[in-house]
Design a protein around this ligand. Structure first.
Ligand code: 13P
Ligand code: SF4
Length: 341
């Protein structure tokens, strides 16, 4: 056993995890083993003046056991920027950790799973945007936060799933045409919502999220029949066919807020499985029907790699961004904060 941890500490830690809803989220696997890791990580965090940011798709033991901030891409970007800690350990995917570094260049930003990519981010490069700008001169480039630093640097404004409709609405007051990228499905959903013609008023790119693009809209009616009164909620990275059949569409924060403010007998959360696990721990008296898919990139983060990265981060786990590109990307991120209000 670690010299810092004794049996009483482990028992107390198990009780803390259970009180936070760990069992309702995840059943009862080896809580003892998990408690040993979370105790050690929380001790290391204090010793190293570090905080841990956990995206809502992370494993329950990361969210409930060691995260100081939990949220969607937008909330975590703000929380990391406002934090006074010297080091941020980002439990999420690479573009999220890079965003934290752009916003706080003076901080050390660590990504426990350096191979945690994202299919949306991988779908487009800076040269693709340059071509689009040449083709549609004057049209602002509005870019989903799920992109690389180089892509953000070529953009006029960044958006997240939580603020994309609001920001686009504001921008359409000044512009007739907007380039929105890289998520074609989210772009199509936005075009429908704002009544804009694809290819004319909104120019899209052909990127998709490998998790959300595969949900089958035809199954929703089966769930509705099987669970009377069920409310279906979907992430706006899903297809517009699916979005037209649900009761609520939005980002992960919007989905959780919807659950909080409504009182349905059942909720179907059509998104990555981590959100359902978090919802079960936050709302133990509500019933969640599973229809989810795993994002393998989000699940690359484990208590083990969080611990080793706090103990002795490798070069790959330490986020570095090109300074010149980061300055340009920061402008586009600040535009988002200004317009999101
Ligand atoms: P949110 O900002 O809604 O949490 O979405 C991030 C993401 O990667 C969705 O797949
Ligand atoms: Fe990227 Fe999709 Fe995974 Fe989100 S769920 S990180 S969009 S691949």
């Amino acid at each position: 056993m670690n010299k810092h941890i004794n049996e009483t500490d482990i028992q107390r830690e198990i009780e803390r995890l259970v009180a936070k809803g760990y069992e309702s989220a995840w059943g009862s696997p080896d809580l003892r083993q998990i408690a040993k890791h979370t105790l050690e990580i929380n001790r290391l965090k204090k010793a190293k003046n570090a905080v841990i940011a956990g995206h809502v798709y992370q494993r329950p033991e990361i969210l409930l056991g060691v995260s100081d901030f939990i949220g969607d891409s937008y909330k975590l970007a703000k929380d990391c920027a406002n934090s006074k800690a010297k080091t941020i350990v980002f439990c999420g995917v690479k573009f999220m950790a890079e965003t934290a570094k752009i916003l706080s260049p003076e901080k050390t930003v660590l990504l426990p799973a350096p191979n945690a990519g994202c299919t949306l981010s991988d779908s487009i490069g800076a040269s693709d945007i340059k071509k689009l700008k040449d083709k549609y001169p004057g049209a602002p480039v509005v870019t989903y936060i799920n992109t690389s630093v180089a892509v953000k640097a070529e953009s006029d404004c960044i958006v997240t799933s939580a603020n994309a409709p609001k920001i686009l609405k504001k921008l359409y007051k000044k512009h007739k045409r907007i380039i929105f990228l890289p998520d074609r499905l989210m772009g199509t959903n936005l075009a429908k919502k704002l009544n804009k013609k694809i290819g004319k008023e909104i120019i899209l790119w052909d990127g998709t999220c490998t998790v959300h693009e595969h949900f089958d809209p035809s199954t929703i009616s089966h769930y509705k029949r099987a669970y009377p009164g069920l409310k279906a909620l979907a992430h706006t990275e899903c297809s517009s066919d699916l979005i037209s059949k649900v009761d609520f569409a939005g980002g992960t924060s919007g989905m959780l807020e919807y659950v909080k403010r409504t009182n349905a007998p059942y909720y179907l959360l059509i998104t990555e499985c981590g959100l359902g696990e978090l919802a079960r721990s936050e709302f133990p008296n509500k019933k969640f029907i599973p229809m989810c898919r795993l994002c393998k990139f989000m699940k690359f983060t484990t208590l083990k790699n969080v611990k080793t990265c706090l103990q002795n981060p490798t070069k790959n786990q330490t986020i570095n961004v090109n300074e010149k590109l980061a300055k340009k990307a920061l402008k586009a991120l600040n535009k988002m904060f200004e317009l999101a209000g």
